[in-house]
Design a protein around this ligand. Structure first.
Ligand SMILES: [Zn+2]
Length: 387
């Protein structure tokens, strides 16, 4: 079915093709809470961008999600740890991103930063530790996190107004896991250009939708980015790229851009929309196969657990319910807590005779299995994605 109601978030064409299977897929929110099925997913047949049609039902759903939003829900508000893909050590995502930024470009000892989608201040807090003399500003939909933000050294002001109404200009503007939530990213990136000083930088990180099928499940993510579509948005809104990386954080795309007076035209080739549709279909089929696979494994034991507490594991838990008896995580801020009264164990505390399903994309699951090989846990890994 072709949708003529919505234009593409990336290229503005009115040629969105709906992915019918998606309506049957149970979703999850970006703050890791299970969410009902019934959403819509589409592929632009002009540019290949994967996206949610932002109709009235979707708008009502996200209003509800944002009203109850709890950043870093499973870790009690603390930013979750990720494994630094270069150093192989656990660290907060924000500090990994900022350390890579400082290694890649010269960032002065003093300056001002505006973090759009500042949440409870994970990025600003890491920024304050690395560049203590900078003045920090945030922007978000509400001031619900103002107490947490005001406790960060160097924090100056939180804006909740529309982006074009933010006064002043900044040395660095950051959009860390924000741009994928935006309706009309083109207009917003144009507005953000006016908030960046002429020699300033824009730092963006979004999920890499080619690398992880789980991004499709997030009900409040509008655009499911590939590098091509992220670059296209930036070129079309007048930015040049300083850094393009898919390895600062695993499964995430990171770009550092600078406002340009003239449009930049050297855009890489767009993916064929038919290929994108095939990829998305394969990703949805894989997600459905995981539910069956994990259900089968759960029948082998009365001590069935899931490895992980973020998007992927929460989503699978939403499908399996009480078949799941516990969770396992390596992140110290999650260990000992519980999800629906189901304990989050450290790998060393997994009950004997338990079977643990590693709910991650296959190559990341394999890395986890290698890391945990000393713990003697019966780990089960997901099948490969069949493209
Ligand atoms: Zn498009």
């Amino acid at each position: 079915m072709m949708s003529d109601m919505h234009c593409c978030q990336v290229c503005r064409n009115l040629s969105l093709a709906e992915v019918e299977q998606y309506k049957q897929v149970t979703r999850v929110t970006s703050d890791c809470k299970p969410f009902d099925k019934g959403g819509r997913l589409a592929v632009c047949m002009a540019c290949g961008a994967v996206q949610k049609p932002t109709d009235d039902i979707w708008q009502a759903e996200v209003d509800k999600i944002y009203k109850q939003y709890t950043p870093y829900y499973s870790s009690g508000g603390k930013e979750q740890f990720v494994f630094d893909p270069i150093l192989g050590t656990p660290s907060s995502r924000s500090s990994i991103i900022l350390n890579r930024l400082m290694e890649s470009l010269t960032v002065r000892a003093t300056g001002s930063v505006l973090d759009i989608g500042s949440g409870n201040g994970a990025l600003l807090s890491a920024f304050s530790s690395i560049r203590p003399q900078w003045v920090l500003h945030g922007h978000d939909l509400s001031d619900i996190n103002i107490t947490a933000l005001e406790s960060i050294p160097g924090f100056q002001k939180l804006y909740t107004c529309p982006l074009p109404e933010i006064p002043g200009s900044y040395d660095i503007v950051t959009l860390i896991h924000s741009l994928e939530h935006f309706v009309s990213p083109l207009e917003n990136l144009r507005a953000i250009k006016h908030l960046i000083k002429p020699d300033g930088l824009l730092l963006i990180q979004v999920p890499n939708a080619e690398a992880t099928p789980f991004d499709l499940l997030v009900a409040d993510h509008v655009t499911h980015f590939t590098l091509h579509h992220l670059m296209r948005l930036l070129y079309d809104t007048g930015y040049g790229l300083e850094v393009v990386a898919n390895n600062w954080v695993t499964k995430e795309l990171t770009v550092v851009a600078r406002p340009q007076p003239e449009p930049v035209i050297s855009l890489p080739e767009a993916p064929a929309p038919e290929d994108v549709l095939r990829r998305v279909t394969a990703q949805i089929n894989w997600l459905n196969s995981i539910v069956k696979d994990a259900e089968n494994v759960s029948r082998e034991t009365d001590q069935f657990g899931l490895f992980g507490t973020s998007i992927a594991a929460t989503w699978l838990y939403g499908q399996l319910g009480d078949l799941v008896k516990f969770f396992v995580d390596e992140d110290p801020s999650c260990i000992g807590r519980a999800i629906d009264c189901k304990t989050i164990y450290a790998p060393s505390k997994v009950p004997s005779a338990a079977v643990v399903y590693v709910m991650l994309i296959p190559h990341v699951a394999q890395a986890v299995a290698a890391r945990l090989s000393g713990f003697n846990i019966d780990l089960r890994l997901p099948p490969e994605i069949q493209h």
